[in-house]
Ligand binder design. Structure first.
Ligand code: OXD
Ligand code: MN
Length: 593
């Protein structure tokens, strides 16, 4: 019997099954009964471990293979027929060659296994933003994660109807062989193939692969944008909510900003903060000439270490029920979980992320190999669990965006906040985004990784063309968001962060919103407009206006040093970097004198 009523789906599933040769094919209908049964099966095989159902209802723990704990940028490819369309920043493989190479890896890989067919929607089914995908996988862990992260079920097939317009994703765990691990995208064929991995970012194909790499390609073709951005709403005491998006590279606090708790000074005046999304935004121009955004996901795939009652209580509460934890510590005394930075009480009787007995007394902050939880351990939790989830989360029209905020981790160069002069300058500001690598991550303190719009690992086509698309979008948005850049990470001479960060970042967002409303002045500098120090609210903080003044200082000498790095990066991207951005670079040079 045919699996669905859509012949394109049926034909493609048949073709993939003929290659991978599963024993069984199961269509995921999204029903509670089916998901419960799969969870039970995964528990019985040890693929997931049931946690304490009183303390952590419907929560489970999974451990990936030790060699399979993060996205693998070096093994991620964009396979366009012309190499130049993938660009210099992406890895490229010829599509024919890639299909042939991976066919060998997939052939017979599902023998003795079941192939699950997951119909899913990115953004609410039926929304003008919605795009549909089908992921084929031989992993129950993937099914259970996809059910949290996307909208899965038969209503997706109904909405798709007889159409061929779905993203075809194939995932096989195969042998989890690192040397043959591939995450490849065929944007011209609406196809994603992932093999030899079981780690979320590589195998939950709706997320980075579809909602960013393939979607960014589609967005350029169809006149919209797919961005690596959080979406945050700030509600004023009169009930009016203004929305901002924020693009920061990983480890720069996107989830924390998306779920921030307002500082007391705003809380007592009646301000509230609402999370629409923490990782991905799809943006379209509305009939009103504004930019409107949805979060296409349905859950959070958040980094666990460092999440605690102080840093992000909303995230912590979000993952206290129906959550899948991956690669965290298993506390055997009460069947709960733990990770570095959760609290000061590491469990004495525990199993680490590798599945070995863990001795917390041997933990040494400077030696990652002593961690109980992997530094990239995760929680997969439903957006519906989030205490500050926006009431507009499921609004098919999305939310109107007042400001776009770029940001990175810079010890000295970038001020706390500055505003771009206009859209084109804002695109320049996004294109020169950079983050300093920390000693913990790479051993090379102060190395700068250029990460334009935080999309370096996620753009499904040439980066120069991507900048061109941003510029083209600017021409279509008659009432565009204003563009800003923030830096929460300036340090003093001893290397300590000066700005308190976390919920206090709302103080900066409030200045940004005041600028958007034309309610506050600014000071012009060579790089853009910075606040007057006294316009950043510091009531309740342990810092003075003078400190804020220092945080806002623009050091022309440092920026002059920056110019060469920008030019070099543009050259590396290649000859599709738009002339307008070189004009902006020249103008900045001239303003710096
Ligand atoms: C990332 C993530 O790696 O969101 O950016 O997981
Ligand atoms: Mn991300």
């Amino acid at each position: 019997m045919a699996l669905t009523t859509n012949k394109y789906v049926n034909e493609w599933v048949d073709e993939m099954a003929a290659m991978t040769k599963p024993d069984k094919i199961v269509l995921i209908d999204g029903s509670k009964e089916q998901i419960d049964a799969l969870r039970d099966e995964a528990c019985s095989t040890g693929e997931i471990i049931k946690l304490n159902q009183e303390l952590l209802p419907d929560c489970y723990l999974h451990r990936t293979a030790v060699n399979d704990v993060a996205r693998v940028e070096g093994r991620t490819f964009i396979c366009t027929s012309k190499k130049e369309d993938a660009g210099n920043i992406n890895n490229w493989m010829d599509p024919k060659e890639c299909y042939a190479k991976l066919t060998k890896l997939y052939t017979g890989s599902m023998k003795g296994r079941t192939m699950y067919v997951i119909p899913y929607s990115m953004s609410a089914v039926g929304s003008p933003f919605a795009k549909y995908g089908i992921e084929l996988t031989d992993s129950i862990y993937v099914v259970l994660n996809m059910v949290i992260m996307t909208r899965v079920g038969l209503d997706v097939l109904k909405a798709l109807g007889d159409d061929a317009g779905f993203i075809k994703g194939l995932h096989a765990k195969a042998d989890l062989d690192e040397e043959n691990r591939y995450i490849v995208h065929f944007p011209e064929d609406n196809t994603i193939w992932s093999v030899n991995s079981g780690y979320g970012g590589n195998v939950l194909l709706g997320k980075k692969c579809f909602a960013l790499r393939i979607a960014s390609y589609l967005g350029r073709k169809e006149g919209w944008m797919a961005e690596h951005m959080l979406i945050l709403g700030i509600e004023a005491p009169n009930g009016e909510v203004k929305y901002v998006t924020g693009a920061f590279p990983s480890a720069c606090g996107k989830t924390n900003l998306a779920m921030l708790i307002p500082p007391e000074i705003y809380k007592k005046k009646g301000y509230k903060a609402w999370c629409v999304g923490d990782d991905i935004a799809w943006l379209r121009v509305g009939d009103d000439g504004r930019l409107w955004a949805v979060n296409p996901e349905n859950g959070f795939f958040g980094v666990a270490p460092g999440t605690n009652e102080q840093s992000n209580p909303n995230a912590l509460h979000t993952c206290m029920k129906n959550t899948i934890f991956t690669n965290v510590v298993h506390n055997l005394d009460n069947d709960t979980v733990w990770w570095e930075g959760l609290d000061k009480n590491p469990p004495a009787n525990a199993i680490d992320w590798k599945g070995n007995k863990w001795d917390y007394t041997k933990y040494d902050k400077k030696d990652k190999s002593t961690c109980g939880a992997h530094p990239n351990s995760r929680f997969t939790a439903s957006a519906a669990n989030c205490p500050c989830l926006s009431s507009e989360f499921n609004n098919p029209a999305g939310v109107p965006i007042s400001a776009i905020i770029f940001g990175g981790r810079r010890a000295k160069t970038a001020p706390l906040v500055y505003q771009a002069r206009n859209w084109q300058h804002g695109v320049f500001v996004g294109s020169i985004m950079a983050s300093e690598t920390t000693a913990a991550a790479t051993g090379a303190v102060g190395g700068v990784r250029r990460d334009p719009m935080a999309m370096r690992p996620f753009t499904g086509y040439d980066m120069g063309d991507y900048f061109g698309h941003w510029l083209a979008m600017g021409k279509k948005i008659s009432n565009p968001p204003m563009i800003f850049n923030v830096n929460w990470f300036r340090t003093d001479d001893e290397g300590h962060f000066i700005w308190p960060g976390f919920g206090d970042n709302m103080r900066v967002v409030m200045w940004i919103l005041a600028r958007c409303a034309g309610e506050v002045d600014a000071v012009e500098t060579p790089i853009g407009f910075v606040p007057k120090a006294e316009d950043i609210e510091i009531d309740g903080l342990d810092i003075t206006v003078d400190t804020v003044r220092d945080l806002l200082d623009v050091d022309a000498a440092l920026w002059k040093e920056e110019l060469a790095g920008i030019d070099e990066f543009y050259k590396q991207i290649g000859d599709r970097v738009p002339k307008e951005l070189y004009d902006e670079l020249d103008a900045l040079k001239a303003r710096l004198g």
